[in-house]
Design a protein around this ligand. Structure first.
Ligand code: A1LUD
Ligand code: HCS
Ligand code: ZN
Length: 338
């Protein structure tokens, strides 16, 4: 029988992630590529809103994908809000209020799927699932720009700390209000945005634990070329950041980055790389590169776990099948080491 995790009150949310990990046996599984699985089901997301387009025109598909990842063994599911932004929705002719409702809906779709799935498996009795946590996705400013800059870290000379804080503020408030268990800042590419997030979490007195994940294109530094030592120094000062790591970078970079992060932080380390394909921000498609199939991904994942990562999943171009294999491998290795 898996872990049943009691909902937390405002005052004791801070330790939620650590407690969850402990009860789950030391490591937990995150879901896989969300937009990828929407596309596999036929969603057309070649749009400035990318996967968030489905919040407008296909919310049922979002629920279906959440359920598929839960069934595959995800302990944490990430909402469909990666590229859901208020300016993005407004530029499609939606009102501010409609945009805010869509953001809240992204959390509601995930929590409803989690609750429905849990109700179903509880009836089975003997199962190995944990009651999943819902992490609200907050994509970087570069994701909103839809120009590939989440992989370059170059936002232009007119983008300063205040502009980034103002970009993130209202969406953060609305997502927090919707009541997810965690906040997942994804594909952060530079130190300036890291600073903006840390300051914003403080200014908004956010009680929900966050993870902050960077992309990486060289396997050594943040995409901007700034060192992870510099970026993590900013994060280490924040009590509100529970976990730090890497998402949507190629799998072959992850092992050495986990080792590096072990030296740079005492926070939980989270990794969910993509399949190894490279995003072409101009052509807006994934280019084949050193791709990792599910079997290779699974083997690497146990290595990431052995080197200290405690939250492990997949990002773009990974699927429920990737997560199923990874979940089996990690849960076996968690049990073996406990
Ligand atoms: C994680 S990337 C593949 C998301 C899509 C990108 N921000 C774009 O809109 O082009
Ligand atoms: N949570 C997002 C991240 C894109 S990089 C997704 O899986 O689609
Ligand atoms: Zn990704």
């Amino acid at each position: 029988m898996g872990v049943v995790f009691e909902p937390k009150t405002e005052e004791n949310k801070a330790g939620l992630l650590e407690e969850f990990l402990e009860k789950a046996g030391g490591c937990a599984v995150i879901d896989g590529g969300f937009a990828t699985q929407l596309e596999i089901h036929g969603a057309s997301i070649n749009d400035p809103l990318w996967s968030a387009l489905c919040l407008i025109n296909n919310p049922h598909l979002i629920s279906k994908v959440h359920l598929e990842y839960l069934e595959a063994g995800a302990d944490v599911i990430v909402t469909s809000s990666y590229q859901a932004t208020l300016p993005g929705f407004i530029s499609r002719g939606l009102s501010l209020e409609q945009g805010e409702k869509l953001l809240a809906k992204s959390v509601e779709l995930a929590t409803d799927a989690r609750d429905l799935f849990w109700e179903t498996v509880e009836k089975i009795g003997d199962h190995s699932y944990n009651r999943a946590l819902v992490a609200a996705s907050i994509g970087s400013y570069g994701a909103y720009l839809a120009d590939g800059s989440e992989y370059s870290g170059y936002y232009g000379d007119d983008v300063d700390l205040n502009k980034l804080k103002n970009f993130h503020r209202r969406r953060l408030q609305v997502l927090v209000e919707a009541g997810p268990d965690l906040l997942a800042f994804e594909t952060i590419p530079n130190k300036l945005e890291t600073q903006a997030i840390v300051e914003l979490l403080e200014e908004e007195d956010v009680q929900i634990p966050s993870w902050i994940c960077f992309s990486s294109v060289d396997g050594v530094n943040a995409p901007s070329g700034e060192s992870f030592a510099d970026c993590l120094q900013v994060l280490n000062t924040s009590q509100r950041v529970a976990a730090v790591g890497i998402n949507c970078a190629p799998p072959q970079f992850v092992h050495s980055l986990v080792q590096k992060f072990n030296e740079l932080t005492r926070k939980v380390i989270v990794v969910y790389p993509n399949s190894g394909e490279i995003w072409d921000g101009v052509a807006k498609r994934w280019m084949p590169s050193k791709c990792f199939n599910d079997d290779k991904f699974k083997v690497l994942a146990t290595r990431w776990r052995d080197s200290g990562a405690k939250l492990i999943g997949g990002c773009c171009r990974t699927t429920p099948s990737t997560i199923r294999g990874l979940s089996k491998a990690l849960k076996q290795s968690c049990l073996a080491s406990n």
